[in-house]
Design a protein around this ligand. Structure first.
Ligand SMILES: *Cc1c(COP(=O)(O)O)cnc(C)c1O
Length: 220
């Protein structure tokens, strides 16, 4: 029951943000971030009507996959950094990889030989630990992905430095929107539990929401 209450609250926030910025609810895909939570959490969210799920770790999702693979119309998004030695597994398990940040990763995912939707993860801050492509590398990445017959480039993804003040995320979201416009890309994956309203105002098409749906994560 807690999940359904959380979902109702998240939905209400999404609808309000859409109204406040003149957008339609159906322009926004809610990606439920189920990392750390067991497969049962995905099943419960699916029952409640959600179809898009975000996972951070290939190996962790591999463990849940047998329990959720029968959900034929569910889409699983990899939203965590992808190491090149895990590309085959990732290409087999996920429908969307949001974290492509090098041409090599794109080529390897293409070699899996199965159609895959991808986004380019863009790094917009100087934080060392963050993965993602430098904005200057995007033109080359766009053309590399365009040359990969199995890959379909949906758009861009980013994760600003964490700050409890959602307004701190706004410049990053605005920047990602501008970069996507420059390259004619439609999808923008940005915004998490604490700042997705701001992301919607700035053009998000995919918001990645964990805590507000599933509660606080215990580990990792
Ligand atoms: C964990 C995670 C989220 C969800 O964060 P919440 O604050 O729990 O909503 C979104 N995007 C990425 C890349 C994450 O790793």
């Amino acid at each position: 029951m807690v999940f359904r209450q959380n979902l109702a609250q998240v939905e209400e926030r999404i609808v309000r943000a859409c109204q406040a910025s003149g957008r339609r609810r159906d322009e926004i895909t809610l990606v439920a971030v189920s990392k750390v939570f067991p497969a049962e959490a995905i099943l419960e969210a699916y029952e409640a009507g959600l179809r898009d799920f975000g996972e951070n770790y290939v190996q962790e999702f591999e463990g849940k996959h047998p329990l959720v693979k029968h959900l034929g119309d569910a889409r699983f998004h990899l939203i965590g950094h992808l190491q090149s030695n895990k590309t085959r597994k990732a290409g087999e398990l996920f429908q969307v990889v949001q974290t492509v940040d090098t041409p090599k990763l794109a080529r390897r995912l293409n070699e899996v030989g199965r159609p895959l939707d991808v986004m380019i993860e863009v790094k917009l801050s100087e934080e060392d630990a963050k993965s993602g492509a430098d904005p200057r590398e995007i033109p080359q990445l766009v053309s590399e992905i365009g040359a990969c017959p199995q890959l379909k480039l949906l758009g861009l993804m980013t994760m600003p430095p964490w700050d409890e003040d959602a307004e701190e995320s706004r410049p990053y979201f605005r920047r990602l929107y501008a970069i996507a416009q420059e390259h004619g890309l439609k999808a923008l994956s940005m915004g998490m539990s604490h700042d997705f309203e701001v992301a919607i105002q700035e053009g998000a098409t995919h918001i990645r929401v964990g805590t507000a749906l599933f509660g606080k994560r215990q580990r990792k």
